[in-house]
Structure formats: structure tokens, C-alpha cells
Design a protein around this ligand. Structure first.
Ligand SMILES: Nc1nc2c(ncn2[C@@H]2O[C@H](COP(=O)(O)OP(=O)(O)O)[C@@H](O)[C@H]2O)c(=O)[nH]1
Ligand SMILES: [Mg+2]
Length: 347
């Protein structure tokens, strides 16, 4: 591996069904990374409709595109406005790449939260452009957050795995399934269903024969997919399994270097040209609603009770106050956070 590449941050794209716990997981992962001196994460929020982002965020789509204005301006409903906001943001994504590059080797991970509804990112041109732009420039890993509690039914589990599989084939990137909410239900059953066909067959006994037969056939078809999958049981709420997850990210990064990088470099030139054309198409019709890119100011240097939500009023006050000093603010935040941790450890 070239030395230059060894210093690049690992990009972690977090996907998953609405309510699977993406945002909570990103919050937890960032917290664990901040707490380890070896790491320095960089956070991106791509959800334009979220009311407040519960983690210190370096780039926030909401600073660039006002989702409510997009709704009004284009006379769209909530879902259309989310898709359009993401499209508008994508027209500026080259600037996000430059911001990350400008951090040099000071950043270890770039963690990206995506819109609540999974298809906004996975089945849109902008989701493709963003994923490809990241993967062409940095070692990139896709994380599929699965709601383990909602997957205890074998048929629901199978639907979830089919979706994960479709994303794997679409992105062609190293892939981790984070089986979330293990504080409520242990993910052992899911691991068993993936490795032991008969156990899955047993679980299907209560289904009608048609559904059971279909699920069994699909399970056999997915065998190859399962065998290449990294799965980690995690709890975004309790933090359980997050260390193992960070280790899985490390392995996935190695996999990117050995198996994926060459392919992405070959495609890079082609993709850049395509992205440029798409971007020009969109930006010619939308410029008035897209503000210029800046790093986020939703940072709280005063050490508050980390990662929890501010009241809207507080957030607005801080917004005004912090607007011009992102870097200082961020450094302060980190040093305060570290001080607190140190004092906790010394106690
Ligand atoms: N028990 C439990 N609840 C969780 C966990 N992760 C997320 N949740 C809850 O699941 C709901 C959806 O989480 P959120 O992060 O907003 O999901 P998103 O739509 O995928 O971003 C919230 O009520 C969270 O508190 C977890 O590990 N355990
Ligand atoms: Mg979310």
C-alpha cells in the first residue's frame, strides 16, 4: 500500500431501514472513536429532515440545503423534498471530498449518517454519486444496520437479508452487517440461521408451505452472500459490540485495499466525468436553493452533556455564536471531552 493511501481516513457509510438505529449507532460509534486517543473521527450528516443531530457534526447537509424551503420552492411533499435536498447537496459533494482531503492524516474515520428512509440513498442517483465519489478517493466501507428485534421472524429476517444483499451487489464495497439492539434481543439466532440451514428451516415450520419453501430456497441462494459477510452484534444504546465493530471496519479497510481499490481506480475517471455531467444538469435548475458549502457549526465546545440534544433555542444561539470559529470550537469540544474522560478515569 502506498504511504499516501495508508494515511487516508476510512469512510464508513451507515445505511439501514428507517428506525433501525442508524443515527443512534453513528452517535455511539463517534463517541467510542473520540474516547480512543488513536482515533479522530469526522462526522457527516446526510439527513436533511432530522430536527437536531445528536452528535458533533463536521459537515451537515442542513447547512447547505434548507429542506423546508425545498418543499415550498418545488411544491413537494416530505419524501420528494428529502430526495431533492440530497440531489442538491450532491451538486456540492466535490467540496466535501476536498474538506476531508484538507484534513490530511489528522482524521482516522469519516462516519456518514444517511436519511431515515433507506431508498433515498440506495436507490437514487445522488446516493450512487456520493458513494462512488467517496470510494474512488478513500477506503470505504458500507455498514448495514439491521434492527435485530424486528428480525426475529424468519420471513422478516429473510427480507432484511435480501435487501442487504441487493445493496452489497449495488455498491460493490466491503460490507458489514451491524445487528443492532442486542441489548433487547441477542443476535445469536440470526447468526445461527445464516450458518445452519436446518435451523432456519425449523424456524420456518409455522409458516405456510409456500412462504416456507420460498424462504428456504432464498436461504440457499444467499449462502454465498452469507459466507462473505461480516456480522457484528451491537447495541447503539449500551455500546455493546462497538469495539468488535471498529475491528471489523479495520478488516474491511484491508479488504478494500486488496480487492476493491484497483476496480475503483479504473472506474474513477469514468465516474468523475459522469458525476460532472449529472451535477451540471441539476445545478443549472437549482442554484438559488443551495447555499455554499461550509463545515457545520452544530458543535458544542462548552462540553455539555455530550451528544444529547439541545433545545432549538440553544442551538440557534450557539449557531450564531459559533458561526465563524468551527475549528476552534471543535478543538475545544474535543479537549473538554477528553478532560472529562480523564477525570472520570482518575476517579
Ligand atoms: N433498545 C435499543 N434501541 C435502539 C438502539 N438503537 C436505536 N434504538 C432506538 O431505535 C429508534 C430509532 O433510532 P434512530 O437512530 O433514530 O434510527 P434511524 O432512523 O435508523 O436513524 C430510536 O427510538 C432509538 O432510541 C439500540 O441499540 N437498542
Ligand atoms: Mg436517522
Amino acid at each position: 500500500m502506498a504511504e499516501k493511501d495508508a494515511k487516508k481516513p476510512t469512510v464508513v457509510i451507515v445505511l439501514g431501514m428507517a428506525g433501525s438505529g442508524k443515527t443512534t449507532f453513528v452517535q455511539r460509534l463517534l463517541r467510542e472513536l473520540y474516547e480512543d486517543d488513536a482515533f479522530n473521527p469526522y462526522a457527516i450528516n446526510l439527513d436533511p429532515a432530522v430536527k437536531s443531530v445528536p452528535f458533533p457534526c463536521n459537515v451537515d447537509i442542513r447547512d447547505t440545503v434548507d429542506y423546508k424551503q425545498v418543499m415550498k420552492g418545488y411544491k413537494l411533499g416530505p419524501n420528494g423534498a428529502i430526495v431533492t435536498s440530497l440531489n442538491l447537496f450532491t451538486t456540492k459533494f466535490d467540496q466535501v471530498i476536498k474538506l476531508i482531503e484538507s484534513k490530511g492524516d489528522s482524521v482516522s474515520h469519516v462516519v456518514m449518517d444517511t436519511p431515515g428512509q433507506i431508498e433515498v440513498f440506495t436507490w437514487s442517483a445522488s446516493g450512487n454519486i456520493i458513494t462512488e465519489a467517496l470510494a474512488a478517493n478513500f477506503p470505504t466501507v458500507v455498514v448495514y444496520v439491521m434492527d435485530t428485534v424486528r428480525s426475529t421472524n424468519p420471513v422478516t429476517f429473510m427480507s432484511n437479508m435480501l435487501y442487504a444483499c441487493s445493496i452489497l451487489y449495488k455498491t460493490r464495497l466491503p460490507f458489514i452487517v451491524a445487528m443492532n439492539k442486542v441489548d433487547v434481543v441477542d443476535h445469536k439466532f440470526a447468526v445461527e440461521w445464516m450458518s445452519d440451514f436446518e435451523a432456519f428451516q425449523d424456524a420456518l415450520k409455522t409458516e405456510t408451505s409456500y412462504v416456507a419453501n420460498l424462504a428456504q430456497s432464498l436461504s440457499l441462494a444467499l449462502d454465498e452472500f452469507y459466507s462473505h459477510l461480516r456480522t457484528v452484534g451491537v447495541s447503539a444504546v449500551s455500546g455493546k459490540g462497538v469495539d468488535a465493530f471498529i475491528e471489523a471496519v479495520k478488516e474491511s479497510r484491508r479488504e478494500y485495499e486488496t480487492d476493491y481499490k484497483a476496480e475503483y481506480e479504473r472506474l474513477k475517471a469514468m465516474k468523475e466525468q459522469k458525476a460532472k455531467e449529472e451535477t451540471e444538469k441539476v445545478s443549472s435548475s437549482s442554484s438559488s436553493l443551495v447555499h455554499s458549502m461550509r463545515e457545520s457549526v452544530y458543535l458544542r465546545p462548552s462540553g455539555a452533556d455530550d451528544f444529547e440534544e439541545d433545545s432549538e433555542e440553544e442551538a440557534r444561539d450557539e449557531d450564531a455564536e459559533e458561526a465563524s470559529k468551527e475549528d476552534d470550537g471543535f478543538k475545544n469540544y474535543l479537549s473538554q471531552h477528553k478532560k472529562k474522560l480523564d477525570s472520570k478515569i482518575n476517579k
